[in-house]
Design a protein around this ligand. Structure first.
Ligand SMILES: C[S@@+](CC[C@H](N)C(=O)[O-])C[C@H]1O[C@@H](n2cnc3c(N)ncnc32)[C@H](O)[C@@H]1O
Length: 207
């Protein structure tokens, strides 16, 4: 019931229409991925703290970014910034395989424990610097970066299949960032700016 209200009032109302995305948002148990002290706000229209100075994103932003990625059932998707594991679970409802990288070991371990307990078998976890991507599993049908980058890591661009896209917030963590879609074309890349967002910074050697 909480998820139905969340999708109707926060996500559809703001214009997300992709049926696969809406179904995933209705299904994934966000309450199982937020800390105990945040339980009353598990389905609220807001990001929430998950410890270590990090956050689980606002449900609308998760839905909007997933819609921008336009994932399909046969695809393999790379996520940078596992955090709570919520975005990975939403993707895992839609695509064949999700590869997710988190730089803070304690968050990576907690997300894996929770998502394993929730029954997800198509999510692959790595602890490390996601700015470097996951070269052994590349190329990907899409990449989603859930932390704000100052510059687009070149390693991630190179791990996109031709025709595939990357959704990435760009800008400083001290101001509103712009959410961008980068499409790999036969020759070069095309970039499209969408809405303003606020994310914690992407850290690591590429930044
Ligand atoms: C806004 S949170 C991600 C929210 C997450 N997608 C979710 O659904 O809960 C950003 C995450 O990116 C992680 N992060 C920052 N820089 C990173 C990097 N270079 N590689 C991997 N993860 C990184 C942070 O530790 C944090 O957990």
């Amino acid at each position: 019931m909480y998820r139905e209200i969340m999708v109707n009032s926060q996500i559809e109302m703001r214009g997300v229409t992709n049926p696969a995305v809406l179904a995933a948002m209705r299904k994934v148990e966000r309450d199982k991925l937020v800390p105990d002290e945040e339980q009353p706000a598990a389905y609220a229209d807001t990001p929430l703290p998950i410890g270590h100075g990090q956050t689980i994103s606002q449900p609308f932003i998760v839905a909007y970014m997933t819609e921008l990625l336009n994932p399909g059932p046969a695809q393999r998707i790379l996520e940078i910034g596992t955090g709570s594991g919520y975005q990975a679970a939403v993707l895992a409802e839609i695509v064949r395989e999700v590869y997710t990288v988190e730089i803070i070991p304690a968050l990576a371990e907690r997300a894996k424990t929770n998502l394993d307990a929730m029954g997800y078998r198509n999510i692959h976890f790595r602890t490390g610097d996601g700015g470097l991507g996951w070269p052994e599993e590349a190329p990907f049908d899409g990449i989603i970066v859930t932390a704000a980058a100052r510059v687009i890591p070149e390693q991630l661009l190179m791990q996109l299949k031709p025709g595939a896209c990357m959704v990435i917030p760009l800008g400083s963590c001290y101001s509103v960032q712009s959410l961008n879609v980068v499409i790999r074309e036969d020759q070069g890349f095309k970039m499209k700016e969408t809405i303003g967002v606020r994310f914690v910074p992407l850290t690591g050697v590429t930044q």
